[in-house]
Design a protein around this ligand. Sequence first.
Ligand SMILES: [Zn+2]
Ligand SMILES: [Zn+2]
Length: 337
Amino acid sequence: MLKVKKAQFHGIKLPELSIGLDYSDADVQYIFVSHAHADHIPRNRQSLREHTNLVIYTTPPTAALMRLRGFKEDIIELPFYETLTTDQFNITLYPAGHILGSAMAFIESGVGNILYTGDCKTPASPATEGFELPKNRPVDQLIIEATFGLPIYRWKSTEQLQSDLLNFAEESLDAGYTPIFLGYNLGKAQEMMHMLRELPKTKQIHGAGYPLCAVYEEYGINLGTYKRYNRASSEGCLLFTPYSGLESGFASHIKKKRIAYCSGWASHEARRTQTQAHALIPLSDHLDYFELIKVCEYLQPKRIYITHTPDPKVVLHELQQRGLEAVYLDIDHEELG
Ligand SMILES: [Zn+2]
Ligand SMILES: [Zn+2]
């Protein structure tokens, strides 16, 4: 089996193949970026630039989103399902269902195969390319995230969540309130806009999220009618902002407004007071505990590495009960819900 190492800075290193996964150090030849959230993008840019043999790979939508968010280093685009072949390994990216462009990396080598999920969601978020595991190929080692890896997390269906969003919007508007959807600017905002696309109301999105919407549209995700947030015309629209936007004055002039906090973390009642929300909608971009166990059982890896979890004990115990070898890999990570 291949060695799997926690990176010094962030991400994971496969030293025998000189691969870094969501990695920032310049001591590898290949870096694969799973998706465009800040906690997965290389941060050590100066040293990456100086290391001329290093190549950064990601999917075309992730590359577009990274560039819009200010990433200036060269990126080689590797579309889903296309295999990159080197002397030592083959790598193929599979859709991870988390945000647009999010990819799982499947690495095949003479010393064994590894699947790295990055952040993932099954069933896939409707504003992504889907979720798909490698077929008819053994996964010897699986590195999987467990942000919501506790049995208290069991998500409602996408249809149910969509009707929760629609009801919140319609009830607020009918009562003369402006509905505000709280969620992060890349991924969650576009997912909600897509789910609300048929409401005949203009959407206005926070200025930092607005340019990212064009990439979603370019890849065929319908976001309905939307504009950049404009204070003067925002009242009575559907509004989308992260919590930090509210703190810096977003919609502060609107007296009659209602706020929905939309995140996996919305399953905690305490978030209501923390976010000043009138409604909590547990819409997550990560797989829940039960799907996590299902993926592991389906793949039957020889070893499972659990990452990004608030508490690894329960999930490790559950996997071991099912005859699967599982360990916890404690990598530096800041999770959006
Ligand atoms: Zn993410
Ligand atoms: Zn993440």
